[in-house]
Design a protein. Structure first.
Ligand SMILES: [Zn+2]
Length: 318
């Protein structure tokens, strides 16, 4: 049975399990945050106990003041949202970790589970920079690269993951593993020249270190040095060109009217989106050029998606 949307006065618990931090909030129907918390993400199965404890703490804080009716949890990696299992996450290092039933026993409310990037994109489409458009691509540019797709007013899930006819899969949007440089560096997935291996924040920092002979903390350091360091300029321009190659394939296939960029690298704003717009203009001729926009919810998009999932009882309503 599909859960029904909750009334506005009901609170929901939203939890976003990231590679380094678990973030959680209790939110009311107007989007007001009643209480929030965070805790480091331990690697492996220990993540479950951390999530459980964080959520329980927040539920105790709001207590009788506000009944919390349902929870939404978003996870990285491959997620089986029907069985409510974290199937695999290379970052956090778990496999087949069951969250749903265990957290329901701990929190004593129904718990819905979904994929972090898909729900962040869904949140941007429903309530953020993609609002009002029927064809939106949401691209997360961070230590990895991934996407969520909205086509003809529907969130695209695809197969894979938990797989099978139950609809539990949903690995559409793996933009980071589109090959953009056939002779490029090895990717964590086992392939070669994937977009993620060339243009993610970690790939940019790695390439700069290789060419300059010195380490940097991340892609932001490369961005800050663009005006007076020719190596930084070259690495950044190459990454933007690779991004434009990858994104132009999506534009040719789906003809989105908007592409929304989130994740750490997208915090560069126009410094990233400006050159990307120009590079995309040099590659897109058949389909109309989409609007390129920064994400509205920023780093909170996953939490906003988790709260919306809990409130609406699913993503099927579009
Ligand atoms: Zn790959």
């Amino acid at each position: 049975m599909t859960p029904q949307p909750l009334p506005d006065d009901a609170g929901v618990l939203a939890v976003d399990v990231g590679g380094t931090t678990v973030k959680a909030e209790v939110v009311d129907g107007c989007g007001r945050v009643l209480t929030s918390g965070a805790t480091p993400t331990p690697s492996g199965p220990a993540a479950l106990e951390s999530v459980s404890r964080l959520g329980r703490g927040l539920l105790e804080q709001v207590g009788a003041q506000r009944p919390v009716a349902r929870a939404g949890l978003v996870l990285p990696g491959i997620v089986d949202r029907v069985r409510r299992i974290g199937v695999r996450s290379a970052n956090v290092g778990w496999s087949d970790l069951s969250f749903g039933p265990e957290l329901e026993a701990s929190w004593r409310i129904p718990v819905l589970v979904d994929h972090d990037v898909t729900l962040a994109g869904w949140a941007e489409w429903r309530t953020g920079a993609g609002r009002g458009a029927d064809d939106v691509v949401f691209v997360v540019l961070g230590t990895g690269i991934s996407a969520a797709l909205v086509v003809d007013g529907r969130l695209v899930r695809g197969g894979g993951g938990g797989g099978g006819p139950s609809g539990s899969g949903g690995q559409a949007g793996e933009l980071g593993h589109v090959v953009v440089r056939a002779d490029g560096p090895r990717c964590g997935c086992g392939g070669r020249g994937c977009l993620e291996a060339v243009a993610s924040g970690s790939a940019i920092a790695r390439e700069y270190a290789r060419l300059a002979g010195r380490e940097v903390d991340g892609a932001h350091d490369v961005l800050l040095a663009l005006d007076d360091d020719p190596i930084a300029r070259r690495v950044w321009d190459d990454a933007v060109a690779a991004l434009a190659d990858g994104v132009s394939a999506v534009v040719a296939l789906l003809a989105p009217s908007r592409i929304v960029f989130g994740g750490g690298l997208a915090e560069a704003g126009e410094a990233l989106i400006g050159p990307l717009r120009k590079a995309l203009g040099e590659r897109v001729f058949v389909t109309p050029a989409p609007d390129l926009l920064p994400a509205h919810h920023g780093a909170r998009a996953g939490l906003v998606g988790a709260a919306l999932l809990a409130r609406l009882g699913g993503t099927d309503g579009g």
